[in-house]
Design a protein around this ligand. Sequence first.
Ligand code: ADP
Ligand code: MG
Length: 562
Amino acid sequence: MIIGIDLGTTNSLAAYFTDDGPKIIPNRLGKHMTPSVVSIDGEEIYVGETAKERQILFPDCSASVFKRDMGSQKTYHLDGRAFTAEELSSFVLRSLKEDAEYFLGEPIEEAVISVPAYFNEARRKATKRAGELAGLKVERIISEPTAAAIAYGLYQKKQNTKFLVFDLGGGTFDVSILELFQNILEVRAVAGDNYLGGEDFTKVIQELFIKDTKIDSEQLERKDLGMIRKQAEQCKLAFGTDSSYIMSCQVGNDIKRASITCGRFEKRCEPLLDRIKRPVKKSLSDAKIKVSDIDEIVLVGGGTKLRLIRKYVAKLFKKMPNTSVDPDEAVALGAAIQAAMKERKEAIKEVILTDVCPFTLGTEVVIERGDDKYESGHFAPIIERNTTIPASRTEQFRTVYDGQTKLNIHILQGESRFAANNISLGNLEVEVPSNKAGAEAIDITYTYDINSLLEVEVKVVSTGEMKRMIVKNQEVDMTDEEIEARMKELSYLKIHPKDQEENQLLLLRGERMYEENTGETRLRIEYELREFERILNGRDEAEIADARKTLKDVLDEIDEEW
Ligand code: ADP
Ligand code: MG
């Protein structure tokens, strides 16, 4: 059987096709969604909810949102070892594969994996390789909006139907306009904001809490912040039914409490809603259609579960969106339909747009911090990510000190504000006449073409002197043998055994709650955790199951009290 996989930035899901249509495959914990979080402990890999809990306690051994760097050479350091985004993704896929095999009772060797519509060839290839590293053959990649459209049955609609897929994930927002035309589902336009998602709405709550409790955010430890974020997420989910929520977090030695109302939250979200409007407008204008031409609006992604978003979408389009498929599951279900069609040797023909630059290209600069103080190491974007290519952009930069005669152009790729966090592609040095600070200027032109070639041209404004440099894309390309070899290298890392996962997750949750609490409650948690560990050591399955239930009830009860 071929399964369908939604390899998301925040959450991943697998689905398979049955006589009753596509169905989600539950993971080892019985949940539909597996958080795309990886955590390493010695030779063991944790994926999903357990890794998410570990990320709060052991941030240096854990990674999330790595899908952003898919296809790049950026490495993540976990527990002292380096991994690329595609390798981390392969761990998520390995875990999904194992869970599917357990659930379906048969080996799974092939999958259809979805990727964002704007992923270019290199990033699609990297996704395929991630699949191969996980032991999955990936002959077909499908765009996320296309998969969602298929799940909504839009493929069976009448000709020349136009759909708008509105996908608000954890950290990304994508709008795609699709048109069904002579049996081809064409992606007419994509627009989005790679730095806007459900997490930003969580952050609004987090900031309200920090403000209300007068916490000095500069002094906050990474761990405390992680715990506040977790509470803020719970508060956001509670707003689905409740109009207020009491947040309570342990910060340092104090317990901080604040009551957050939904009304105040929604008011604070207005700037985020404004940011949603822009890509929507852009996609409509790129596809050269009016709002009234859209036949169907489809909501995808966990972020669209917010009441605030649903109200806003209805207002924006003057039409109720279609939400008949669970927004969390639409992409995975669509991928499963595509997988079934592949088995029957049919295909949904898809025309995709891949002519965008997938990352930001820029240069390193010195910025002024006031009072004549300068700070180096900052990044200035020149060609922004998702710009339609070929693209050519020029920016002017000036000297920063008196008598400066040299300017170094450090060519960088990446999304961080800081040069050091981005990928260095090369250096180019130019000379300028000695002059007062800021009196000499250079024009830097970046030209990025369809073949992923970057041309950097620098012109000294006062003398007209020019310098050029061509940077070839640093695409990762691997032969089958290389993939095989890397797979062997990574094989010492084993996915944490499934049968212990529930126990592990419960222990981690207890560990976190121990840190969150003080006094009596803390002692109680400690007692219960010790008791549970003792029984775990006894290895009596029935006894362990009983103890697990007891511990879970105690932790739930403490959570309730909060
Ligand atoms: P991605 O496509 O990035 O993997 P998802 O589509 O899974 O992400 O969306 C994850 C986001 O959805 C998170 O920010 C999460 O907080 C948010 N989310 C999930 N369920 C809800 C809900 N019931 N109400 C509000 N937000 C939700
Ligand atoms: Mg998604």
